[in-house]
Design a protein around this ligand. Structure first.
Ligand code: GLU
Length: 426
């Protein structure tokens, strides 16, 4: 199998939008490649007395609409091209959500499953030491992503503040509540995805309580997406997750609907579900791919990129009406064509999962004024932003007879290209 390169996917998607917008050569050259990127080494004193050097990255794709913004991933298979693609998707995400920020992304090649808390703290602090001059509340604001959490953000913030000798709570988002974090931030990505699903169901004239769903991944995004989806009356039939011990993934199915609380009680901090306990609780344990072939109305890939591919797309049941991409870049170009041809209502990643960064923006605002809102206020504002973004894209798609992904791209790329033009860059 050819190795998959997410940056190539991101560039192809961009090229299509650039063609639709008839962008000139300079705009294309500026936007199809990140403006800046940093690669560095992070030496760590391991608990066993050895020293290990980890590779870290930060890529700032574009900051014409505001400071670069985006998460930091810890992943053993992280590559610079993955980070480039993710930084580009962040630019479109902040643009489609219409928040005054640009796009960036960071990463470290490491596997936190095998690292102690102290080793992880050193990676966080080391990451900041290497990049502190090139990030900041007015230049580039990091946040959590795959396998990073509020504690990691707090270590990073603390290191940054030590270097600059002052408090800078607007430097990073996804901080713990009570330490500059926003209520609702943990829930925001998953909730935001379901807000877009709710709007899509309205358009399709389907009642949420008459629907079923299958989720890929059981991390932060899925856990809260399932919570809100169940509150709306939906029923989740299947959830898949990565099994660290077996180095493969499994799907967990309960045809009468999974019980979220029960599943959470047998799940580790990385979203890994305990197989034997799941069997005891009456779940069927199926191969990792099984989540995609379930006879459900909604599919929600919320794990990693490159999951809905030319090989797996054919397994999607005829019953599926909506695919909401909770993950960044889960669908390959090949699979995307088939989803389009099958007329499945697609809610593209940078729209479907924009709730996280939208709430990060709220967190920054609250941190900067040092006044924190009630949870209801945060979630109410999140709903308004996500609903408005969804309606803008779906109206545009209908008016111009475009696929939802293309409509989202055209809106975002146009906003960013315009900002670059207005600044006199191109
Ligand atoms: N990592 C999240 C994303 O991919 C959130 C980024 C942020 O809050 O800045 O959208």
């Amino acid at each position: 199998m050819a190795t998959y390169n997410p940056f190539e996917t991101a560039q192809k998607q961009f090229d299509k939008a650039a063609d639709l917008l008839e962008l000139d050569q300079a705009a294309r050259a500026l936007l199809r490649t990140p403006m800046r990127e940093y690669h560095f080494s992070i030496p760590v004193h391991m608990d066993d007395g050895n020293k290990q050097v980890f590779r870290g990255f930060r890529v700032q794709h574009n900051d014409a609409r505001g400071p670069a913004k985006g998460g930091i991933r810890f992943h053993p298979q992280e590559t610079i091209d993955t980070v480039r693609a993710l930084s580009m998707w962040m630019t479109w995400k902040t643009a489609v959500a219409d928040i005054p920020l640009g796009g960036g992304k960071g990463g470290v090649i490491c596997d936190p499953h095998n690292l102690s808390q102290w080793e992880q703290e050193q990676i966080c602090r080391g990451w900041i030491r290497q990049i502190s001059k090139n990030v900041g509340p007015h230049t580039d604001i990091p946040a959590p992503d795959v396998m990073t959490n509020a504690q990691h953000m707090l270590w990073m913030l603390d290191e940054y503040e030590m270097i600059y000798g002052e408090r800078a709570p607007g430097f990073i988002t996804g901080k713990p509540v009570g330490m500059g974090g926003s209520l609702g931030r943990t829930e925001a990505t998953g909730y935001g995805t379901i807000i877009t699903v709710r709007e899509a169901l309205k358009e399709l004239d389907i009642k949420p309580e008459n629907t079923t769903a299958s989720f890929q991944g059981f991390g932060n995004v899925s856990q809260y997406a399932i919570e809100l989806y169940h509150q709306m009356g939906g029923s989740t039939i299947c959830v898949s997750c990565w099994d660290q011990a077996d180095q493969t993934s499994y799907s967990f199915r309960k045809k009468e609907g999974v019980n979220l609380k029960e599943l959470l009680s047998i799940t580790d901090a990385f979203g890994g579900i305990d197989k034997s306990k799941a069997l005891e609780l009456g779940y069927e344990v199926l191969p990792g791919d099984a989540w995609i072939e379930q006879e459900v109305d909604i599919l929600l890939p919320a794990a990693l990129e490159n999951q809905v591919t030319g090989e797996t797309v054919g397994k999607i049941s005829k019953r599926v009406k909506i695919i909401a991409e909770g993950a960044n870049g889960p669908t390959t170009i090949e699979a995307d064509k088939e989803i389009f041809e099958r007329k499945i209502f697609l809610i593209p990643d940078f729209l479907a999962n924009a709730g996280g960064v939208t709430c990060s923006y709220f967190e920054q605002v609250q941190s900067n004024m040092n006044y924190f809102w009630e949870k209801d206020e945060v979630l109410g504002k999140l709903d308004l932003k996500m609903t408005a973004a969804f309606i803008a894209v779906s109206d545009f798609a209908r008016k111009h007879n475009l696929y939802m992904r293309d409509a989202a791209y055209v809106i975002s790329v146009d906003r960013v290209a315009q900002a670059c033009k207005d600044r006199g860059w191109i």
